[in-house]
Design a protein. Structure first.
Length: 582
């Protein structure tokens, strides 16, 4: 009876499943006690084959030191295989005489005296019975020690032991089925944790870092490697452990991953075992040679991809002496490869979008800055020209037209620079406490002349206490844009009503006009950059199509929301809600 690895105890997640486990474990204990009571063996230990390829002792009858040593420990599959190869076999009963298997790992042995008499039982002797399921697959074994009379069991006694174990098989298989369900639940729960962690990450490196530890737990891997394409790289978890594979091994992993993705298969590489056989695993001897050279025993390679594209691979590796990869682990890893592929593709999409947005922002800022200087020169020279042609009506009319066009261009440049500045601005949490009512008062003063020229009345209903935290300059742009828009799109002699207040946890700014309104099909687009309405009445009002885009950007950066209610021909209400600064 041997021990390898640490004790592992897995609890079922549901109470009813836990109760079933307790009942099955009790049945196993009673079955082991039956071997002791009926057949007279002093020590009886029952093992079940785990998904890791190890045999875990789940029921032990005998002296306290035997129970303490054996219960919950694991016997490596290859250790039992060596014992089977060295045994005298009678049906399913295996007897290994002392000395025939001199070194088969750590084991429990009684302190009974050793003797040279081959008929007298020695603590170094081994006797066990394998049991199988309905398909003939081995599911565990029953090992015994201290036979009755202290002598090596006869052929008859071995037959009796085999017959008794055969009667125990239904109990053993029932317990085995419950424990296998436990393993499935464990893998499923850890796989869900991997996926949940991955899908919340929109940065590729962050995604792979977060998935590493959970993947190692799920696959019981000593290390996890991530090979990715575009960019081509290999990341390892835990970082800095072990030896990085050389470039030729990384290339071999890349080729194997690409072929495995086309076949939707995982590749297992370990001593005397490579799955699947064929072209998908070409070059596994080179990989296995590298693994052995750095103290590793085996590798499970799972392709990661989406659609027809292989994006890389997850590689789990185990150190020497570890168990084989189980079917449950391989199947779970294949599902994870597809799930991680989808998450990785999403992260790369967002990274590309961020890159495009950064490029667009830089392009806008550059163009606006480049236009600023020539515009200043045009306006300066225009003023000189207007002085020169003051007495010439035709020239004055032309210079006024140039002046208006220059002003519109200057407004566009200023708005572009504002939009760029909002994109590049610092964290709003580092801003100041701002009185929203004070910003509204300043905005009304800015539009006074424009409103007065067209007979538009502007009224303000401002309650105290509407303070928000943020960037004063950005919030000023927000308020001025909304108020000036309301005046601009009002009819002559119209009204603009502004309300400021605090509701629940929000500061609220509502700007209402009785102007031309917005068509229903356009409301979802008005906050986009450079959007201009198709309404002919709106087309007569000058604008750059950036004011509402800037307003929406400011609101988003400050953790708020902006909504619009509008009826074509009757007016609009823009409502902004921002978190109160308490």
């Amino acid at each position: 009876m041997s021990e390898q690895g640490a004790r592992r105890h897995v609890r079922a997640p549901a109470d009813d499943l836990r109760d079933l486990h307790e009942a099955a474990d009790l049945d196993l204990q009673h079955a082991a006690e039956g071997v002791r009571d009926v057949l007279g063996y002093g020590v009886v230990a029952v093992s079940l084959l785990r998904g890791t390829g190890e045999y875990e002792f789940v029921a032990v009858v005998g002296p306290p030191d035997a129970r303490d040593y054996l219960l919950g420990t694991h016997l490596a599959g290859e250790q039992l295989d060596r014992a089977i190869a060295a045994a005298d076999v009678h049906g399913r009963v295996h007897y290994v005489p002392r000395g025939r298997l001199p070194d088969n790992g750590p084991r429990w042995a009684s302190d009974a005296p050793r003797t040279g008499d081959p008929e007298v039982w020695s603590p170094d002797d081994e006797l066990f019975v394998m049991f199988v399921d309905q398909t003939g697959s081995v599911r565990g074994h029953v090992a015994v020690d201290h036979p009755p009379g202290g002598r090596v069991p006869t052929v008859t006694m071995r037959s009796q032991l085999e017959a008794y174990v055969e009667r125990m098989v239904p109990v053993l298989l029932h317990a085995d089925s419950l424990h296998r369900s436990d393993e499935q639940l464990r893998i499923a729960a850890q796989a869900r944790r991997v996926v949940r962690s991955a899908i919340t990450r929109l940065d590729e490196s962050d995604l792979l870092d977060a998935a590493g530890a959970d993947l190692a737990d799920c696959l019981r891997a000593d290390e996890v490697w991530f090979h990715t394409e575009d960019p081509r790289r290999l990341l390892r978890h835990p970082a800095g452990a072990g030896t990085d594979p050389p470039s030729e091994i990384v290339e071999r992993i890349r080729v194997m991953a690409d072929r495995a993705w086309r076949g939707q298969l995982a590749v297992v590489v370990e001593d005397e075992r490579v799955l699947p056989e064929g072209s998908g695993s070409d070059g596994w001897e080179e990989v296995l040679g590298f693994l052995h050279g750095v103290g590793l025993e085996s590798m499970l390679l799972v392709p990661v991809g989406a659609g027809v594209q292989c994006l890389g691979a997850v590689v789990g590796v185990r150190r020497s002496g570890a168990a084989e990869w189980s079917d449950l682990e391989i199947l779970a890893a294949q599902d994870l490869g597809r799930d991680l592929g989808s998450a990785l593709q999403t992260a790369r999409f967002f990274e590309r979008e961020r890159g495009h947005a950064a490029y667009k922002q830089q392009l806008i800022a550059t163009i606006a800055h480049e236009l600023k200087n020539p515009l200043t020169a045009v306006r300066g020279n225009l003023e000189l020209l207007q002085d020169e042609v003051a007495e010439q009506p035709a020239a004055t009319m032309l210079s006024d037209r140039i002046g208006r066009a220059t002003h519109r261009l200057a407004v566009l440049v200023d708005n572009l620079l504002t939009l760029s500045a909002v994109d590049e601005a610092a964290d709003v949490r580092d801003g100041r406490s701002v009185d929203l009512a004070a910003l509204v008062a300043d905005a009304v003063e800015v539009v006074t002349v424009q409103a007065g020229q067209r007979g538009v009345t502007v009224s303000v209903d401002a309650a105290p206490g509407a303070r928000v935290r943020g960037m004063p300059g950005e919030l000023e742009h927000l308020v001025v844009n909304l108020v000036s828009n309301a005046v601009k799109y009002s009819d002559d002699g119209g009204e603009v009503a502004i309300r400021v207040g605090a509701e629940d946890r929000d500061a609220v700014l509502a700007v209402t006009d009785r102007g031309i309104g917005i068509a229903e099909e356009e409301r979802g687009r008005i906050f986009g950059e450079f959007f201009r309405s198709a309404n002919p009445r709106a087309r007569t009002r000058p604008g750059t199509g950036l004011g509402l885009a800037i307003a929406a950007r400011v609101v988003e950066r400050h953790g708020g929301r902006i909504d619009v209610q509008s009826t074509l021909g009757q007016g609009s209400t823009f409502e902004v809600r921002l978190p109160l600064d308490r």
